[in-house]
Design a protein around this ligand. Sequence first.
Ligand code: 26Q
Length: 826
Amino acid sequence: CNNHGTMRTGQSSVEIQQSILNHLHYTQAKPLPFATRNDWYMATAHSVRDQMLHNWLTTFDIFMSSPREKHKIVSYLSSEFLMGPHLGNNLVNLGLSESVRKALSALGQDLEAILAQEVEPGLGNGGLGRLAACYLESMATLRVPAVGFGIRYEFGIFDQEIHNGWQVEKGDNWLKNGNPWEVRRPDIAYEVKFGGHTEFAHDPEGRLAVRWIPEKVIKGVAYDTPVAGYRSGGVAVLRLWKSEAVASFDFQAFNAGEYYKAVDDKVLSETISKVLYPNDEPGIGKFLRLCQQYFFVSCSLQDMIWFHLSLGRGIESFSESFAIQINDTHPSMGIAELMRLLVDEHHLEWDEAWRITRESFAYTNHTLLSEALEKWPLPLMASVLPRIVEIIFEINRRFLDEVRGLFPEDDQRIARLSLIDETGEKYVRMANLACVGSHAINGVAALHTDLLKKTVLHDFYELFPEKFHNITNGVTPRRWLALSNPELAKLISSKLGEGWLSSIETALAWLQGAAKNTTFQQKWLKVKQANKIALAKVIRERIGIEVDPASLFDVQVKRIHEYKRQHLNVLHIITLYNRIKRDPTADITPRTFIFAGKAAPGYHMAKLIIKLITSVADVVNTDPDVAGRLKVVFFPDFNVTNSQLIVPAADLSEQISVAGKEASGTGNMKLALNGALTIGALDGANIEIREEVGKENFFLFGLEAAEAQSLKSGGYNPRCWYEGNEQLRQAIDQIDAGTFSNGDRQLFRPLVDNLLNRDEYLVLADYQSYIDCQDLVSAAYCDKKKWAEMSILNVAGMGKFSSDRAIREYGEKIWKTTAIIDPTKY
Ligand code: 26Q
């Protein structure tokens, strides 16, 4: 239904063409001859946005007129949303790709060029932020009423350039050409307090209550971006908060002639949402990061309460309106903030407020690295958020009283469970707050959840076993197959018919029947080949390296981290190189090694690993003995856009983190979904991927988590492994001797020293197993027919890793929401 005329929502290519021209005229205000490619992009985006806004308002209408018990909204709180470019995805999900392509072509424009115009919103670091984006899309697809709450960073993750082999960070000014997807809502704004002190005071009704007298108040303004579901009419909302000065001008200061102070104040207020922290683990307590986290959870909770009350409901039933999922501990201050809002501002008793808070919150953990558990220096938090710290103390006092009742005399356990770390300098432990204040806690892959229960969250598991769940991560097959790999999607449709993208969990398995079919295999390989040619072209244009599309494309794309072991991959490259140098006629399966990923700007070892990759590339790529059989490419600026180009071209997916460290991984899923075979250790979701695709279709190497653990606790000495393995020794000696650094022996010294003396992630212990497994890969790749069969079986086994499945599980196990908006039912 559309009672606003078809001017903006007509879906034929003629109507779309008209709408684009209208936006060029009335939105971009450009005469045709002066329209730039960006104008065309903006006009197209606005036309598509019109369609979405219509669906959005319809979704809202249906929600409002549905029965009250269905009025539960999922509120996904995340400090990061790595959405990727919107236009292409929205076209796929709305089913408009072909009509828009036709409309543009009639206007003399090429859809691909228009798509390339979009600067992606890089409001996340990696896996955690991208997961939030996949989940919003699945919630829209499944018509679960959902809002993603986060921060509208003015600068997202930095752009990465490679200069002389080193990473150089460039500011990401993603808003410079305007953002057609967001709607600013100046009427939806909340105040957030910082600093100052608290005191007891009588409220207007004469009750004694705590009053927080802040030093500073900042305003958060909502910016909404609709997220279209796949052919479902459903729309989820991404609501991001921008920080602003409460009054854009402090008139008192102005009148007093303190013009600059007034402007200064505005600058400070706007700093909060200025920039995303580019680290994917917490560093030393940064004041601004703390402000960011509190800022966005406070705005989000005030907004939820406002909406709940505006439905005419009493505050005591808040948890019937919202299921609040926190994406790691970054939004965990929301637990204390909801308590503050309920007790201080809505005058509830503590116990009732606590019941509501626990019923509302659920916590997803994303890490097994205990050093990556978030904690904040108590003095910092007390000065920035005095009232929040009081509430955390009160939560802790009551909680520890209960624990003492259960485990009298067990002081060590009490010290471990406490929300305050008092072993040295005092810290607030955010994971402890999240566990105590939530009704559900989940890990993101089976092994991860298992290890959470046994290690990092063991004490909480003993206390609240019923709270723990596993929900293995998933990715959306719309962006990660239909959009990024349209030819493969078409080929799959030729077997499965249309509609499989809505029921991928069961549909893909039907591909098993085609795995041995020679004609299908040939078509399958042809699609992969075309994707590889397309990537080779971009590599040539952007990096100037010529790669052979017939070689095996061996891909490791993810954040650069020691635990992910990009350097193990490099040791394999050097080993192959040495085989060639020993015998230039050696029979080597030609390979192109493709790396991509950003290093946190302050993580020196990760930056050195990038330099190692590019240095090895320089030597290997130009050595005449290699004769082009090995090529090493560091593809700069890994982001969603580049990932959509690289993933469909991969033959081999490198998932080689040491067992027990990668919580799940989601790149592993995207690559397998695009027909890459995985080489991996038994870590994170790799284990479940291997189960689903069949162990004969997965290249397994390395220690298991328990073995890794016992090797380390038995006093691991990496130097023994180095001394006992000639090829390994040679490779490390070469790095040390400057073979890849023009004789510079200092450059890689920190890396070599670390491997020989510490090797926390067991690179040397897993080396031989990895090399042997890679030799099997090389051999397998020579049998094209067999490889095609394995590739097909990998895709056939990926149904489980759809984010639709994950969202269904969250709905059933945690949110208990029956709220599925079904336009056919109302
Ligand atoms: C915290 C405090 C201060 C500054 C930064 C941070 C911070 C920011 C980002 C801490 C962690 C992150 C990101 C973590 C992340 O991406 N984890 C990954 O999550 C994926 C989705 O569940 C998993 O697949 C990966 O295994 C996990 O590493």
